[in-house]
Structures are given as structure tokens and as C-alpha cells.
Design a protein around this ligand. Structure first.
Ligand code: BG6
Length: 520
């Protein structure tokens, strides 16, 4: 019997209740049906992640993967394709025994089109057969990695075929990839479609940023330490810069990208999620419901107005990369990329200035920026502090110091940097900024899993905390819709040089507030 001293205030014994965190979380036996398995995302991210999960022993031996696609493949062709994808993209070594077990559970179902009713009937038979042959216990997850235009056709037919019909003791889940609609109204329609086939708790919306270790660490840093939270508010914070810069262009993704643009592609999801995690209040617990509730509250407080005045020309910037050189190599301009419409007005760079109307953040601007073909690949959240109210040094001594900054380095070189002023060694009092660094690589031996490993595993386990809820998606579109509408009536985006940090209007956006973007 536990003594009263060993019970916590809720009457539980923390030692007995503690989960053993060393134990692996292993997914139930199940069939994962992947729509869009021949697409880029599946090839480069999802399939390598599935192999890595199998290699780490986190999938059940009864795990089966069913690929659905428009190629005339058989099961062996699918196996060859997955093997190539896994060999090229997995982070764990190739192990024939693991591969053979995984390959044994793979099936391919060719679809003439996503409207091919006969193919859904074949898919149903294949999945039911796998339940018996491989012992997948009737558990099914449907991964929809397809353009959103196909959602109505696919969800309707999945429902009609009986594939998602509930069965005692088995689960049915739907995993959907962004974009979750292209505006608030279409996101709501999409949600209604998915709600017709599974219960809300069985929908897993993937924002792969939430699967990144460094993004999960934002809450750990803020709420497992004492020394940051007292400063994390408008009394001490001057402003926050959230940057997601990429050096690559759009590659072969024009078909997707040209209808989307950078604001919908990443601000609506990744960057607003980073903002929510950075700015939210402490959740009651780390449960999905508690964390979502706090993210929703803060997203609900986001405003486009600058001190109450809405001027979207002044609080946004957008651009499009031109032809030029990047790293000494000639690169095409966006309009010359294959598949981009000649009269395209799609932006490849977007920046916005937001405020958060609550007690903690009133008056603190949050600047978000993202772009393709920028100077280098970096994603970070920089919390820039106010200058000390008084500096008891000669003016010349402090001329070289900037503002204290905490930089959460999401990627690459994952970690946290503190920028602070320090005395330069010598006979005079001269101050200069220095950095204190925490790097994942140096502090932990294990390599971080890829975001998709974590997210696929969590979806198969039915663990919701790392998946945004529909209300978060809705609130994010509420923020973005007016911006996109404003841009739609404002002509073509401004050009910027490849390898630069974006268009002049992005600099002007901060200059209006007497600030500059960080040189990451
Ligand atoms: C995706 C976007 O969500 O994120 C891409 O659609 C972008 O345009 C990608 O390139 C970047 O992901 P990461 O993990 O490399 O930062």
C-alpha cells in the first residue's frame, strides 16, 4: 500500500503511474492505405519514414501498406518503388530482414481514376483479405496525400465502399495532408466531407512542422524551465521574428504551387503553428485537448491591425523570385519554371506583421516571413528583447551591442542560441554581443527522428497532440483570408533576386517600425 506521503495531491502514486518512457510505443497491427503513393511527398518522406519505423521496431509485424495509384503496377512493382524510395531517403541502415517483412505486407491497387468505382471495390477486397492473411485486425488508416480537388470524389467512394464502416474492436482513421482547403470556406467544406466518413477524433491533419523535435521543444523550453517564462511577455519582449527561408525554388511542383503561393503553402500552417506555440499560455497538461485549447485561444487573438488600424499594404509584403544566380549557379525565374502560368501572380515570398490582442502580448509585433530561393535554408523563431532602460556605460562602449535575443533554431543546426552583451577582454570597458549555444547534436547522442516518422506513428497509435484541430485550421484561415484577398486585387508580386533575403517591400515592412530583419 502506498503511504500518504507517497501520494500526490490528486491521490495518485506518481511512481506507479509514471509511464516508462524507455518503452517503445508500438503501433497496432493495421492496414495503411495510401492514396497518392506515387507522388513526391510519399516518395521522399512518407515511404522512407515507414521503412525507418519498421527498422526501429515500431510497426507491428502485421503492418500492411496498400498503395493506390493510377499506374498499372502489380505488388512487385510497388515493392521495387518503395525499396528505392527507402534506400534513397531512409535515415536508418538497410536491413534485408526488415525489408522482407515489410514488403510481404505490401499490395498495389491500380485505379483508372479516383472516380473508378470498380477500383474501390477491388481495394475493399484487398484490405479485407489482408485482415485475414496478415492479421491486421480490421484496423485501417487512409492516408490522403492527394490534391484537395480530389477529396470529394475519394471520401465519398471510400464511404460507399464500406471501407470505413465501423467494426467492433477495430479502428478507422483518416490522415490528411495540407493544404487544408485554399481559404476558410473551402477548409470548412473539406472538414464536412471528412466528417462524413469518420468521427472527428479519427481525423489526423498533418502539419509536419509539429512532428519536428525542435518544434516540440518550444513547449518544453517554455514550460519546463523557470528562467524564460517571466520574461516572455510585452514587458520585456520587443518583437518576435519567425522565419522559414528556403534556398530551393519550386522544382517540379508548379502544378501544386502555382495555385497556392507561399502564404497558403506555409504561413497558414507551419508559421502560424510556430506563432501559436511561441505565444500561447501554459496548457493545463500536455494532452491534445489542453494544448489545442491554448493554441486556439492565442490564434483567436491574432490581429492584422497595427495599433488598431488595418493597412494591409503596410503590414504585408510579397515577392516572386527572378532569374539570376544562386551560389554561383544560374537559376530560372519563377515565371520561367516549367508549368507556371505565363500570367501567374503567385507569390514565392510572403511576410506579414501580426499583433496579438491579449494582456501578455499587447503591442508586440510578430513578423512572419517565408520564401523560396532566399539566401539560405533556415527556420527559426527569434524572440527579441527590449533594450535595458538604462546603460551605465559610455556610449562608445555599447555602440556594438544589439538586443538580447533568444533564437529557437528549428533547422538546420537545431538548437537554441542566446545573444547577449559581454565585455571584450582588455583594459577598456567595451561591450560586444556573444552567443550561448545549445545544439541537439552536441547534447544528445541519438539522431532526431524525421517529423514524418513521429507523425505516422502517432496517427497509427491514435495519439492526437501533434495534429492541428479543425478549429486551429479555421482560425488560421481567418487570419490569412483578408491578406490573400487584398493581394488578389493588387497586381503582380514584386521581383527579388535569387540568393537575397526577399523583396524591398519586406525590408520596408520592418523599417516602418524602425526595425530590421535578422541576418539569420
Ligand atoms: C512543405 C511545403 O510543407 O514544407 C514546401 O509545402 C516546403 O513548399 C516544405 O518546401 C519545407 O519543409 P522542411 O521540413 O524542409 O522545412
Amino acid at each position: 500500500m502506498p503511504t500518504s506521503a507517497s501520494l500526490d495531491s490528486a491521490g495518485a502514486n506518481p511512481l506507479l503511474d509514471a509511464r516508462d518512457l524507455r518503452l517503445p510505443r508500438i503501433a497496432d497491427p493495421c492496414v495503411l492505405v495510401m492514396f497518392g503513393i506515387t507522388g513526391d511527398l510519399a516518395q521522399h518522406k512518407l515511404l522512407p519514414a515507414i521503412y525507418d519505423l519498421a527498422n526501429r521496431g515500431l510497426l507491428s509485424p502485421a503492418f500492411s501498406l496498400v498503395g493506390v495509384g493510377r499506374r498499372q503496377w502489380d505488388d512487385d512493382a510497388l515493392r521495387d518503388y518503395v525499396a528505392k524510395a527507402a534506400r534513397a531517403g531512409a535515415r536508418t541502415p538497410w536491413r534485408p530482414a526488415i525489408w522482407e517483412q515489410l514488403a510481404a505486407g505490401m499490395r498495389f491497387v491500380p485505379f483508372a481514376s479516383f472516380e473508378d468505382d470498380g477500383a474501390y471495390a477491388r481495394l475493399t477486397r484487398v484490405v479485407e483479405k489482408l485482415d485475414h492473411e496478415c492479421g491486421t485486425a480490421g484496423n485501417r488508416a487512409f492516408y490522403l496525400s492527394i490534391p484537395p480537388g480530389w477529396f470529394p470524389a475519394v471520401t465519398e467512394r471510400i464511404a460507399r465502399s464500406g471501407l470505413v464502416q465501423e467494426a467492433p474492436g477495430a479502428w478507422r482513421r483518416v490522415v490528411i495532408e495540407k493544404p487544408f482547403g485554399h481559404d476558410r470556406a473551402s477548409a470548412q467544406e473539406l472538414d464536412a466531407l471528412v466528417a462524413r466518413i469518420v468521427r472527428p477524433n479519427d481525423v489526423f491533419r498533418v502539419d509536419h512542422y509539429l512532428g519536428k523535435e525542435t518544434v516540440q521543444n518550444i513547449l518544453a523550453l517554455r514550460f519546463a524551465n523557470t528562467m524564460f517564462e517571466p520574461l516572455w511577455n510585452q514587458r520585456y519582449v520587443d518583437h518576435v521574428q519567425i522565419t522559414m527561408a528556403e534556398a530551393i525554388g519550386i522544382g517540379t511542383r508548379a502544378g501544386y504551387y502555382d495555385t497556392i503561393g507561399s502564404a497558403r503553402d506555409v504561413i497558414q500552417n507551419h508559421l502560424l503553428q510556430l506563432l501559436a506555440l511561441t505565444a500561447m499560455e501554459e496548457p493545463a497538461s500536455m494532452s491534445a485537448a489542453s494544448v489545442r485549447a491554448e493554441k486556439e485561444k492565442v490564434l483567436d487573438c491574432v490581429r492584422l491591425e497595427r495599433a488598431g488600424v488595418l493597412d494591409l499594404d503596410a503590414s504585408t509584403a510579397r515577392g516572386r523570385y527572378e532569374a539570376g544566380f544562386q551560389g554561383g549557379v544560374p537559376v530560372r525565374g519563377y515565371l520561367q519554371e516549367q508549368g507556371v502560368a505565363a500570367d501567374s501572380r503567385t507569390e514565392t515570398y510572403a511576410a506579414v506583421r501580426l499583433e496579438i490582442a491579449n494582456r501578455r502580448w499587447a503591442g508586440v509585433p510578430f513578423y512572419l516571413r517565408t520564401g523560396k530561393r532566399l539566401a539560405r535554408r533556415v527556420t527559426e523563431v527569434a524572440v527579441v528583447f527590449k533594450r535595458p532602460p538604462f546603460l551605465p556605460f559610455e556610449t562608445a562602449a555599447t555602440a556594438g551591442i544589439g538586443a538580447n535575443t533568444i533564437v529557437l533554431r528549428i533547422q538546420p543546426e537545431e538548437g537554441i542560441t542566446l545573444r547577449l552583451a559581454s565585455k571584450v577582454p582588455g583594459t577598456q570597458m567595451e561591450l560586444r554581443d556573444v552567443s550561448m549555444d545549445f545544439g541537439y547534436g552536441a547534447s544528445f547522442n541519438e539522431e532526431s527522428p524525421e517529423a514524418y516518422e513521429r507523425l505516422i506513428l502517432d496517427a497509427l497509435l491514435g495519439d492526437a497532440p501533434l495534429f492541428p484541430h479543425q478549429r486551429e485550421v479555421d482560425l488560421s484561415w481567418r487570419i490569412l483570408d483578408p491578406i490573400i484577398e487584398h493581394w488578389a486585387g493588387a497586381g503582380a508580386p514584386e521581383g527579388y533576386r535569387p540568393g537575397s533575403w526577399g523583396p524591398p517591400s519586406a525590408r520596408a515592412l520592418l523599417a516602418r517600425d524602425q526595425r530590421t530583419w535578422r541576418r539569420s
